[in-house]
Structure formats: structure tokens, C-alpha cells
Design a protein around this ligand. Structure first.
Ligand code: C2E
Ligand code: CA
Ligand code: CA
Ligand code: CA
Length: 279
């Protein structure tokens, strides 16, 4: 039994070492990818549930690896967060997205919201507000068109950082949304004293609507609670007409999901936006 234990341990240690070296390798690739400019921003449109009009889009990072093709953020964002690379990467994504958005707004006169994800590592930076204001000044984007998303875990772990950030940026008109709402443990008290503008209901609550009774109850309750707190609600991951119809009946304000569009590169986004405007 003893030797078996040791073998198990040796096996385990080897697996851990492999996982660790894979991570280190990915981290080294990430660094190089940043230097080579292999990251792009795609945009997923968001619609107003009542009017059917596009209200904005969420910026989502894409890594175009020269050999492996597109690598999903689910794989590289966690590594970027652990290594701290998310700080320069997040800043680059924000700058690229604001640059494109300012240009689009100026060319078309179409004022849409740009939503950008913030990581906890960014929120922990004491000068994040100043860095974001510098990017807004540099790109000329109207701060009222920018919405920053953070998750409930950031809300709990970086509460003071968020308070500071929101105090500075809300004065300039930047809006804030809680991402993946319902998957964490944030308390309603936090919601109230943070003055966020929007909740995004996580896709896991949306995917089995309208048939799953628990999910239907939770979604209806979250929308009602959010409206009582004067927050708007965006549903994520809407894939079917049935889901959208249910959300519409509950008064959900906005939605995004594959039913409307996948995240798109800028040229395709513009084609979609122009078609939506003239329909
Ligand atoms: P998220 O912020 O919750 O973004 C929504 C994710 O759901 C996106 O995955 C999007 O492609 C996907 N999605 C949208 N509609 C549907 C749908 O109808 N069905 C399904 N099955 N999925 C849908 P993506 O782009 O792979 O991003 C994954 C996560 O990576 C994001 O989740 C976010 O947490 C993180 N992420 C992406 N870009 C950034 C970034 O620039 N900064 C930071 N900090 N995190 C990012
Ligand atoms: Ca998000
Ligand atoms: Ca989300
Ligand atoms: Ca479910």
C-alpha cells in the first residue's frame, strides 16, 4: 500500500509539473503574442428587448495564434490573470476598443454603448481610474458611451478598488455592469451602495428558459429586484426565440446572444449595424 501511495504521488507530481510547464509555456506565448500584436477585439451586439434596436456591443478579446488559429479567452484570460499579463493586455483591449468606437461614432453619428470587461487584477491597481481616463482622453471617446463590466468575485475581493474607480469614473459618465450575475455570492447591500447601472444575467440561467421552472423563477426575480433598485438588466447567451420571448414578458431590458449574433470582427459588426439601422 505504501509503495502504491508513493507511485500515486509520483504520478500526481508529474501531472502537476506538466500542468505547470504547460502554463508557463502558454504564458511565454502570451507575452510574445502581445509583442507581435496577435490580439484582436471582436464585438457582440446587444439589443433592446422592447424596441428590437441595437443599443451597443460587448468587446471580447480574441487571440489569433499563427499556428493554432483562434484561441478562446476561456483558455488565455485565466493565465493572463494569474501572470499579471492581463494588466497590459486589458489596457490594450480597452484602447483598441475605444479607438474603434470613437471612430465608428464619429463617422456614423450612431451613439451606441461599448461594454468592456475588467479583471480583478486591473481593479486592484491604485491608478486604474487615471489610466482609463487617459485612454478616454487619448481616443476622444465620449465617456458616457463606455460601460465597464466586472464579476461578483471582483465585487467581493476588490470592493475598495471598485468604490474608488466608480467614484472617479461615474462623475465622467462611465457606466458599470455586474457580469455573470447570479453565479457568485454578492449581497444586495453591495449592489445598493456601489451604484452600479446594470446587471447581466448569466447564460447558465438563460439556457434552459422558459421550461426550467427554477431558472424561470430566478430570472423573473432578478429582473424585478434589479428594477426595484433602478438597475437595468441584460440577459446573456440568448440562443432561442423562446428564451427571448420569456425575457421580453419579464421586462428584461436588453439581451445578447447567438440568436442575434456571435461576437464579430469590426467589418462584420459594421455591416450588421448598418443593416439593423436601415431595417
Ligand atoms: P463573458 O464576459 O461572460 O462574455 C460572454 C461570453 O459568452 C463570450 O465568450 C461570448 O462569445 C459567449 N456567448 C455570447 N453569446 C452566447 C450564446 O448565445 N451562447 C453561448 N454558448 N455563448 C455565448 P468568449 O468571447 O469566449 O469570452 C469568455 C470570457 O472570457 C468572457 O465571458 C470574459 O469573462 C473573458 N473575456 C473575454 N474578453 C475579455 C477581456 O477583454 N478582458 C477580460 N478581463 N476578460 C475577457
Ligand atoms: Ca462580460
Ligand atoms: Ca458574462
Ligand atoms: Ca438550468
Amino acid at each position: 500500500a505504501k509503495s502504491q501511495g508513493r507511485n500515486t504521488w509520483a504520478f500526481y507530481a508529474q501531472e502537476l509539473t506538466e500542468a505547470a510547464s504547460e502554463r508557463l509555456e502558454l504564458e511565454a506565448h502570451l507575452r510574445r503574442a502581445m509583442e507581435r500584436g496577435e490580439f484582436a477585439v471582436h464585438y457582440q451586439p446587444q439589443w433592446d428587448t422592447a424596441t428590437g434596436q441595437v443599443t451597443g456591443a460587448e468587446a471580447l478579446a480574441r487571440w489569433h495564434h499563427p499556428e493554432q488559429g483562434v484561441i478562446s479567452p476561456g483558455r488565455f484570460i485565466p493565465v493572463a490573470e494569474e501572470s499579471g499579463l492581463i494588466i497590459p493586455l486589458g489596457e490594450r483591449i480597452l484602447r483598441d476598443a475605444c479607438t474603434f468606437w470613437e471612430d465608428y461614432t464619429r463617422r456614423t453619428g450612431h451613439r451606441l454603448t461599448l461594454a468592456v470587461n475588467l479583471s480583478g487584477r486591473q481593479v486592484a491597481l491604485p491608478d486604474l481610474a487615471e489610466r482609463i481616463l487617459a485612454i478616454l482622453d487619448e481616443t476622444g471617446l465620449d465617456p458616457r458611451l463606455l460601460e465597464l463590466e466586472f464579476t461578483e468575485s471582483v465585487l467581493l475581493e476588490q470592493h475598495h478598488g471598485l468604490l474608488r474607480l466608480m467614484q472617479t469614473l461615474k462623475a465622467r459618465g462611465v457606466q458599470f455592469a455586474i457580469d455573470d450575475f447570479g453565479t457568485g455570492y454578492s449581497s444586495l447591500a453591495y449592489l445598493k451602495d456601489l451604484a452600479v447601472d446594470r446587471l447581466k444575467i448569466d447564460r447558465t440561467f438563460v439556457q434552459d428558459l422558459p421550461d426550467d421552472e427554477n431558472d424561470a423563477e430566478i430570472t423573473a426575480a432578478v429582473i424585478a429586484m434589479a428594477h426595484n433598485l433602478r438597475l437595468t438588466v441584460t440577459a446573456e447567451g440568448v440562443e432561442t426565440e423562446g428564451q427571448l420571448a420569456f425575457l421580453g414578458r419579464q421586462g428584461c431590458d436588453q439581451w445578447q446572444g447567438f440568436l442575434g449574433s456571435r461576437p464579430l470582427p469590426t467589418a462584420e459588426l459594421e455591416t450588421l449595424l448598418s443593416a439593423e439601422r436601415h431595417s
